[in-house]
Design a protein around this ligand. Structure first.
Ligand SMILES: Cc1ncc(COP(=O)(O)O)c(C=O)c1O
Length: 363
């Protein structure tokens, strides 16, 4: 007789990782399916990691002491407010585990980050997905209206993965004023370093006025450490302690901690690379719009092609050109399902971005 698995766990949706690059004759393949940083590690970061690997027989610092101190100084917050995890997605799991139980509700925009529905269902909570506006933005008005006495958390993704637009700061302030203070508001800023819109939400600025706000960030994107799995949250110390209480001990490895320290030291060089990616994003958006495609604004390291019913066809055309992107096929043929379908294309190497435009010209 097989082991009885919790029914809610057996029913969890499976997280689909971005596909690896696919070969095509005569073309360099590019992976544009996971919003990764296309640049290889900086030499200084590589050296720090190699040095740390020499102590792999020892457990890492379970308290993440050095990276907490360095990050607290960098962000101008207290170390007590920071909780690290193995990627910001792990920290999100921890946050929801800390505040939600069976039957509680979590309001979030949809379409948004694929991991949200899974993270919500792990503690037995129920996701309340609020459709994006026709500009692929969060509908904060509708999200505020969706908060009930069963709501324990709200997830705000800015810039929104996979569509790209940010939530504006003033709108987020008004939203937070409407949400009860015992409901957690997670502001997921995984792509914050790529944001150039001066009106965009500034999660950290909300912390002074809203004890229930949690800012979620990662070293996976701008800092290029996706393979090492380090993310963190910043919030009031009591909630941060609860997040740490549900953390797997020794989660962030010693090599990952050394990479974080070296990356914070090398921040100017890393942020220069971010500037280059932002410039590439601007050209890609302009190029796609120049082809007549109705592409929403993006403040992340990716763009959204609202392909609707043609999502699979466009993904196949890109794949024939050795470009792997992230298709979100329609889940039905009604207007809502078609509006939510499309392709997310990460901003990558110059050649990859140019090839995206070449293929898109044939759409
Ligand atoms: C919006 C958003 N949040 C969080 C994450 C998780 O990143 P990580 O777990 O690598 O820190 C991602 C990754 O794609 C993301 O797009």
């Amino acid at each position: 007789m097989p082991v009885r698995i919790r029914p809610d766990v057996a029913a969890l949706p499976v997280y689909r990782a971005g596909r690896p690059p696919q070969a095509a004759p005569g073309l360099t393949p590019y992976k544009l399916s996971s919003n990764e940083n296309p640049y290889p590690p900086l030499p200084g970061v590589m050296a720090a990691v190699q040095a740390a690997a020499g102590a792999m027989n020892r457990y890492p610092d379970a308290g993440n002491t050095a990276i907490t101190a360095a990050l607290a100084a960098r962000l101008g917050v207290d170390g007590e407010q920071i909780a690290f995890g193995t990627g910001s997605v792990a920290v999100l799991y921890q946050l929801l585990q800390a505040v939600c139980g069976p039957g509680d509700e979590v309001v979030h925009a949809w379409r948004s980050f694929e991991a949200y529905p899974i993270a919500i269902r792990l503690p037995g909570a129920v996701g309340v997905g609020v459709p994006l506006t026709d500009r692929a933005e969060h509908d904060l008005e509708a999200m505020a209206a969706a908060v009930t006495e069963r709501t324990r958390a709200v997830l705000v993704c800015t810039p929104n993965n996979p569509t790209g637009p940010v939530v504006r700061h003033e709108e987020l302030v008004r939203f937070c004023e409407r949400v009860p203070r015992d409901v957690m508001v997670v502001v997921d800023e995984a792509y914050v370093e790529f944001v150039r819109d001066p009106d965009a939400a500034r999660g950290l600025d909300l912390l002074a006025d809203f004890d229930n706000v949690v800012v979620l960030r990662t070293f996976s994107k701008a800092y290029g450490l996706a393979g090492f799995r380090v993310g963190y949250s910043v919030c009031e110390p009591g909630l941060a302690a609860a997040v740490r209480a549900v953390t797997l001990p020794f989660g962030v490895s010693s090599v990952a901690q050394s990479a974080v320290l070296a990356s914070l030291e090398a921040e100017p060089a890393l942020l220069e690379r971010v500037d280059t990616l932002v410039a590439a994003r601007t050209s890609l958006l302009a190029g796609l719009r120049g082809l007549g495609l109705d592409v929403p604004d993006s403040e992340g390291n990716f763009v959204w092609l609202p392909a609707g019913a043609r999502t699979a066809e466009w993904a196949a055309a890109l794949e024939r050109a050795a470009l792997t992107v992230r298709p979100f096929p329609p889940t039905g043929d009604d207007p809502v399902a078609l509006a939510a379908a499309g392709l997310r294309v990460s901003v990558g190497e110059d050649e990859a971005n140019a090839r995206v435009l070449e293929v898109a010209a044939r759409f």
